[in-house]
Design a protein around this ligand. Sequence first.
Ligand SMILES: [Zn+2]
Ligand SMILES: [Zn+2]
Length: 472
Amino acid sequence: MDKTHCHYHPAQPATWHCPACPRDYGDCCLPQNADATDYDPRCPLCRGALTFLGAANSAQPFWERISTFFLYALQSGPLAFAGLLTLASLFMPNSKILWIVLLSVATKYLHSVIEASSQALQEAPSLQSAFVGEGFGLFFKQLAVFLLAGAALWLAADFDSEALFWGVNLLIMLVMPASIIRLALDKELGAALSPELVGQVIKAMGWRYLILWVFLFILWQSPNYVTFMLSHGLPRVVLMPVAAGLFAYFAVVMCAMMGYAVFQYQGALGYVIADESRQNHFPTAEYARRKALAEAEIRLKEGQSEQALEILATALERSADDLKLNERFHQLLFGLQARERCLRHLAHYLPLAARQTPALAATALLNARQLQSDYLPDDALLCEQLAGALLARHKTREGLSLLRNLHQRFPDYPHIPRAYLLAARGFAEGLGQLEPARQLLGFIRQRYPASPLLGEVASLEAIITKLAAVSS
Ligand SMILES: [Zn+2]
Ligand SMILES: [Zn+2]
């Protein structure tokens, strides 16, 4: 099965599909409201209902997670399960009934591991859960599958053909994991024996089913090898519990791996399972702004810039001072060269950006100057903040233009000395024009003799004097 990706973000896995549009969307495009979980997202384009693709496209392949399956089986539930089998092998009386009870509990537990793992639950089922509820019959169903497989082998052996026997043997070994998976998911003997349904599992995974099979085969052999290596010199009374414990451990690892394979290929298997991490769920306010940003981006990529503007404008009515929304709105208006509207929005956006992220404000001012070459904000503090940001970006002339005649434009502004000191630095350091710098500093001395900035004025004057001496 090939992965599908977000139509607008080719690197992101698709999680939703709109059959009407038709479009695939990733979580990137459909943020969800953490405060209203029963609400499903709608198609950003047609507002129609979406089909959930589950985590089929975003799931990490099982062969990259091998170590997690070994760790999975080290949780308290699986360890208790291994402990149970170990103790049983040591102390349980030789009673058929008791062994059947034990094996049916074990089968039920292992199937619950497959089931939990197929939902990508990190936590293994507790051992207690295997003693309650339904599903003890699973053992007999599983037993029936094994018995039928044994019968088939026995029949094949009867034909006196080595090739046929091994062919049947290999076939049974190959399809067994798929049959076990089917039984764990459907809990029906018919499903576990149905060539169609079992084949569907194999078909869904394609050749990767072989990877799973190889891993399972190695795991299946592991307890045998370990006990074989231990068997030299160890008494039977030690060996049996070791073998039972190892069998339990590796069985849980195998079941966790099979379950996860179901999770990974859920789409092809006809299951839809959500990734429980809920990474793209946000509190209502954050959700609203992310939704607006995502939908505006989609509209823009669809070439529907008017709708993109409307989406952002509506969002800005709710949260007028959201910097990111304002930034996107500005970029969009500027990109569309919507001159009037962009200039109108700048009156709100520039002070906001200058307060929070001066670099953004500097960019916005340069944009404004492209729309209107003599654009000048009508606020002294804003002019000063923008000038600082522009000078920092070596846009010296643009920065200085904001400070020109500031004392005449805003006679009541209390920070004229600070602003002119900045301008003097711009002239001297940015443009190398020492004379206007000296004049500005002189102006500060003369007009504001009590200014606390006079110390800085003096040191800048000293620098200018030195610079003048060097260049003359
Ligand atoms: Zn996307
Ligand atoms: Zn749609």
